[in-house]
Design a protein around this ligand. Structure first.
Ligand code: ASP
Length: 344
């Protein structure tokens, strides 16, 4: 479902305010951001590496006058609808009972609004449902069965989100889960040896200075039913401040929630840090907050976590605890680059 009425209204409603100054008058009296950043001449979109096609789509949409949130949602929908991306939407790996439960959140910088859904079942594109929460309600997050009913009231159809491949991976996991159960162990594919993770986060800045962010995921594979990760938590999975920039995350959600990483990264940028350095700084806080049970014998975390960020000037960057890649699109086109790393 595209949402062009939203695009047009927000675009027309906010462009003037951005050109005229750093913020709307009443807010600047209270918040008074110290930094005035000049927007880029070309849209910039930064995302997790699986968002490569998405960043290209998002930039293309903004170039045609589209709103940054609509562009980001259209970008991440490519992964949500792709049966071969087993970390997001349709084809995402299920919880321990074999049910796919999806999380998503978004923020629209110019209107300073947010929307989110948690543990949503049967809807392929939770990013669109999060945007509906943002657009049509006085709330920020809806969860579970009621989030599903909310989506259905806007015309979404319930669908089986398991693909033959994702069901097979779950069946393999269940069979190999323990040696004392009544399932016989079966040979597992190489990928299944490590617990699969994944998510898509995307952050978009437009030449008019508007910024938005979206994160969407099927969460941790084989999670306890009802577990909600960082992706739908505004301030953790993603965060936008239209005066400063946007940031979001993929990787071990619980570790991100503990530092409110999306928000913290934007706050580091507010203090003048480059997006890459802001993301690295947030990861340092993550490590400082990591309990011993999640540290390896060498003292490094036993999990992966990445942050992706863009500022209002269009400067971008990403950082990861260990080596990783991220996607970016700007005037030079769409490409994948290496993240900065905390540990080589
Ligand atoms: N951040 C996601 C979660 O914890 C998972 C991931 O990105 O791998 O739900």
């Amino acid at each position: 479902m595209s949402d062009s009425s939203f695009s047009r209204r927000t675009f027309l409603g906010t462009a003037g305010a951005v050109v005229a100054g750093t913020a709307l008058a009443p807010r600047s009296a209270i918040a008074a951001p110290a930094i005035v950043l000049r927007p880029p001449s070309h849209p910039v979109a930064v995302a997790s590496a699986n968002g490569l096609r998405g960043v290209a789509r998002a930039v293309e949409m903004v170039l045609k006058g589209g709103d940054t949130l609509d562009a980001a949602v259209e970008g991440v929908k490519i992964q949500e609808l792709d049966p071969n991306d087993d970390s997001v939407g349709y084809g995402g790996l299920p919880n321990e009972e074999g049910t796919v439960q999806l999380d998503a959140s978004c923020m629209h910088g110019p209107t300073r609004r947010a929307g989110a859904v948690g543990a949503l079942e049967g809807i392929k594109t939770p990013s669109e449902v999060a945007r509906l929460v943002l657009k049509y309600t006085n709330h920020i997050m809806l969860v579970g069965r009621d989030a599903q009913r909310f989506a259905m009231s806007y015309g979404f159809k319930l669908e089986d989100l398991l693909t033959p491949e994702s069901r097979e991976k779950w069946l393999q996991w269940r069979a190999n889960r323990g040696s004392n159960d009544d399932y016989l162990d079966v040979p597992a594919t190489e990928k299944m040896a490590i617990r699969p993770t994944g998510t898509v986060n995307m952050n978009v800045v437009a030449p008019n200075g508007d910024i938005s962010s979206v994160t969407t995921t099927s969460g941790l594979a084989w999670k306890i039913p009802g577990r909600v990760g960082d992706s739908p938590i505004v301030g953790a999975g993603q965060y936008t401040d239209n005066d400063i920039g946007a940031a979001g995350s993929t990787g071990r959600g619980e570790s991100n929630i503990m530092v409110c990483g999306g928000f913290l990264t934007v706050e580091h940028m507010r203090r003048g840090m480059h997006p890459k350095d802001a993301a690295l700084e947030t990861l340092k806080r993550v490590v400082a907050m990591t309990p011993p049970r999640l540290l390896r014998p060498d003292g490094k975390p036993s999990f992966g976590l990445q942050f992706y960020a863009v500022n209002k000037k269009g400067e971008y960057g990403a950082a990861s605890i260990f080596r990783a890649r991220f996607a970016v699109a700007d005037q030079k086109g769409a490409r994948v680059e290496d993240t900065a790393v905390l540990f080589a």
